[in-house]
Design a protein around this ligand. Structure first.
Ligand code: ADP
Ligand code: MG
Length: 400
């Protein structure tokens, strides 16, 4: 681990620049989901407790380097103040941050206005980063979900001053290292979701590193189609048959066992409660032109259950079916509950990420039992693809 944590820093009396992700959904000026705000609370509290003075740096929306008050962090301030339960003062400009008023100096926590109002942020501009760095003594990055972007407040700044990971970043890095960098073996993954095309890099990286890969969801149709199955109106990407074959060949070379659905729930419409039947899948499957596979079937779930038996580590991204419409959530819910149970029993480390994946695991009531659920989206996927995350490399002092 090349990065430092808050435990390694002397924060007393220091101004700590904390990069956070509080890019929360807002409707009519109100925060509708405060999860991201809640997750930075431990870091801010820790800094305060150690005598540091936090100044939060964050982005909100995509103002593209221009001041746009529709994307002002002022909308987030009430929810942030409530979550931190202390006096938070917003600083509207960099000039204001360079010349703090007495009110600001007396505040517990400072919040800098949307950093993406400045073009230097997304350009990772060196001068802009120097200006930011001059605002504090120590840099703390707690925005893992922004770590796949090389921006001034996530990358360049970390190289200009003593830098460390915040609690959320630390938890995320520890979980991801345990899942993929140095997992307890055997290690497997569930990769599902709609399309192969959005997950090629993920699949390519995972098959070279894992012992087991369960492929599900719409993307499994493309794999089965590439093997000769005729899947009617099922979601498929005909242009990706070669990609699917290449991934299977690579898995074979790397000794990664691949499990594709043996059976599926087949319906004639993509709708809640649609009439459905169980059909055998596999290369010989011949569905009617108007039939589509919307979920993995009961035999597939039993195969997954058996395959999970020996696993020590499990990575999960993407549902096994169209989980938004029941009963096509059945396989995802069942597999999630198996993983949750084994995690609860202490025999499995389970790490999941992805917007729909988190929703599906919540629907299954499995999320709380997983070892770690990443809400980092793109950064989670890039990590699982084996890419270097600029925000993490900068904390480790590695070149970009
Ligand atoms: P995540 O957001 O967790 O990365 P994805 O966005 O890749 O996951 O995939 C989720 C989507 O895949 C869901 O909207 C789900 O309905 C869809 N999906 C899964 N299986 C199927 C299927 N067999 N047919 C159609 N859509 C499917
Ligand atoms: Mg999605």
């Amino acid at each position: 681990m090349g990065w430092k944590s808050l435990d390694d820093m002397d924060l007393a009396g220091k101004r700590v620049l904390v990069r956070v992700d509080i890019n929360v959904p807002v409707e009519n000026g109100r925060v509708t989901d405060a999860t991201r705000i809640e997750r930075i609370v431990p870091t801010v509290r820790d800094i305060l407790q150690k005598g540091g003075k936090p100044m939060l740096i964050a982005h909100f929306g995509r103002p593209k380097g221009k001041v746009n008050l529709e994307m002002s962090l002022g909308q987030v301030l009430p929810a942030l103040t409530a979550a931190l339960d202390c006096n938070v003062v917003m600083i509207e400009t960099l000039e204001g941050a360079e010349n703090l008023t007495q009110e600001a100096l007396d505040a517990d926590v400072l919040l800098l206005e949307n950093i993406r109002f400045y073009p230097g942020e997304e350009a990772n501009d060196a001068d802009f980063a120097r200006r930011l760095a001059a605002l504090g003594d120590i840099y703390c990055n707690d925005a893992f979900s922004a770590a796949h972007r090389a921006h001034a407040s996530t990358e360049a700044i970390a190289r200009l001053m003593p830098a460390c990971a915040g609690r959320l970043m630390q938890a995320e890095l520890r979980a991801l290292e345990a899942a993929l960098a140095k997992p307890e073996r055997p290690v497997g993954a569930v990769v599902g979701g709609a399309k192969v095309s959005t997950k090629i890099a993920l699949l390519e990286n995972l098959v070279t590193r894992l012992d087991l890969l369960v492929i599900g969801g719409g993307m499994a149709n493309t794999f089965l189609g590439a093997m000769g199955a005729k899947l009617g109106a099922s979601l498929q990407e005909l242009d990706y048959y070669t990609t699917a074959q290449d991934i299977l060949a690579q898995a074979n070379r790397s000794g990664c066992r691949v499990i594709l659905p043996e059976d599926g729930l087949v319906a004639r419409e993509f709708a809640e409660g649609a009439a459905h039947e169980v059909q055998q899948l596999g290369p010989d499957a011949r569905l009617k032109a108007d039939q589509m596979v919307l979920d993995a079937g009961p035999k597939s779930v039993e195969t997954v259950r058996a395959a999970f038996q020996g696993l020590k580590t499990l990575i999960w991204n993407g549902p096994l079916g169209a989980f938004e419409i029941s009963p096509f959530d059945t396989a995802t819910v069942a597999a999630a509950q198996i993983a949750a149970e084994r995690t609860r029993d202490g025999v499995l480390t389970s790490v999941a990420g992805g917007g729909d994946t988190v929703a599906a695991l919540n629907k299954a009531g499995a999320a709380d039992d997983f070892t770690y659920i990443s809400t980092a989206g793109g950064a989670f996927l890039e990590w699982m693809e084996g890419k270097t995350l600029p925000g993490v490399a900068a904390l480790e002092g590695r070149p970009l």
